[in-house]
Design a protein. Structure first.
Lengths: 242, 120
């Protein structure tokens, strides 16, 4: 099984090296061979320099695309290089490489096409349960996905997710770049792909600034809900056409 | 229409035609948009040169004042044009994203190949 971690990085000079060292360490300790590719999304700080100097495997986007476009580049890379599983993994130290095995298991067993690492499923599991506002937002998005796609996804904004070969190919060809996490979930659900959730623990950001700021939360929520509604209609139409 | 207003409009129209012809020559506009601007120009010429054209048409369509007709038509056309342009921008944005992704991946492959070549 060829496993690839897709690590999108925008101005992550503080964390990116540690993230990659952690992965290498994990491989050494557990006798595993998990590969990774850092997608440098047109960072304006020293991220690219760090990637080059330490010879970390990376793709350097020639212009800034935003998280969705960066992650899709990773899926394209995975598709072209024939990986069996691609895992989205944050470069800021939020995600723990020790959970990679857990998140891959349903895919290896053939139980799911995509697995989402969820913060909320098991309360004892996660040290970082995130703020009240974030949970409220997650619940609202979750409600609308259930309403339009008929399946409950408890953590639709989680960026820690694994995809099998089928989904890699799908995402390489078409990936929603505006609100990628909830929208891609809808895309798969409408197309009757199997999504499974696995409880994981996430850390608080080690450094840098989160991409979601408080002031934009309401604006974000309204647009995401709209995107879910529009997607569930348009992906359904596309499926019928096929 | 006032004579001075008429003269001013004719001057503007001549400039308009000049600009369109210039972009035909330079080929810096897609035929689709060019056709749109040409038709707009022709309608303007007719409205100016045919006496009482605007008044008659607006009376025929039931507008109280000719200016109301001009404004509402202009607004509808502008709205349509903006809608069309936002659609176009989205399409171009998507193409742009794909281009940036493919070029970046290609660049990585080229760098790797060059490195391998040097080793040999």
């Amino acid at each position: 099984m060829k496993i690839l971690l897709i690590i999108p990085a925008y101005n992550e000079e503080e964390n990116i090296l540690n993230t990659c060292i952690n992965i290498d360490q994990y491989n050494k300790n557990n006798n595993k061979n998990i590969e990774y590719v850092v997608i440098n999304d047109g960072s304006t700080d020293n991220t690219l320099k760090i990637l080059r100097e330490n010879k970390l495997n990376h793709v350097n986007l020639i212009k800034n695309l935003g998280i969705g476009g960066a992650v899709q580049t990773g899926y394209k890379y995975a598709y072209e290089n024939g990986y069996d599983i691609a895992i989205q993994f944050d470069g800021d130290g939020q995600h723990d490489v020790n959970y990679v095995e857990k998140i891959c298991k349903p895919i290896i067993d053939g139980q799911a096409d995509m697995v989402i690492g969820t913060r909320y499923l098991d309360k004892t599991e996660s040290k970082f349960q995130s703020t009240f506002m974030r949970r409220l937002g997650s619940n609202i998005i979750s409600f609308f996905i259930r309403l339009f796609c008929g399946k409950k996804i408890t953590d639709p904004t989680s960026g820690f997710r694994a995809a099998n070969k089928l989904v890699i190919e799908k995402f390489a060809k078409e990936y929603p770049t505006e609100y990628p996490e909830p929208e891609s979930t809808v895309q798969l659900l409408v197309n009757k792909n199997r999504i499974m959730e696995v409880p994981v623990s996430m850390n608080e950001r080690a450094g840098g600034v989160s991409s979601i700021r408080f002031g934009k939360t309401v604006d974000y929520m309204v647009k995401v809900v709209l995107a879910i509604i529009i997607d569930s209609i348009s992906f359904r139409r596309k499926r019928r056409k096929k | 229409m006032h004579n001075s207003l008429k003269i001013a409009l004719i001057v503007i129209l001549l400039m308009y035609i000049f600009i369109i012809l210039k972009s035909v020559k330079k080929k810096n506009m897609r035929i689709n948009y060019l056709i749109f601007w040409c038709i707009t120009g022709i309608i303007l010429i007719i409205a100016l040169l045919v006496p009482n054209f605007v008044d008659n048409v607006s009376k025929f369509l039931g507008f109280e004042l000719p200016i109301n007709m001009i404004f509402s038509f202009a607004i509808f056309i502008v709205l349509y044009l903006i809608f069309d342009l936002t659609k176009l921008i989205t399409k171009e944005q998507n193409k742009n994203i794909t281009l940036i992704q493919e070029i970046s991946i290609l660049k990585k492959r080229v760098e790797e190949l060059e490195k391998n070549n040097k080793k040999e």
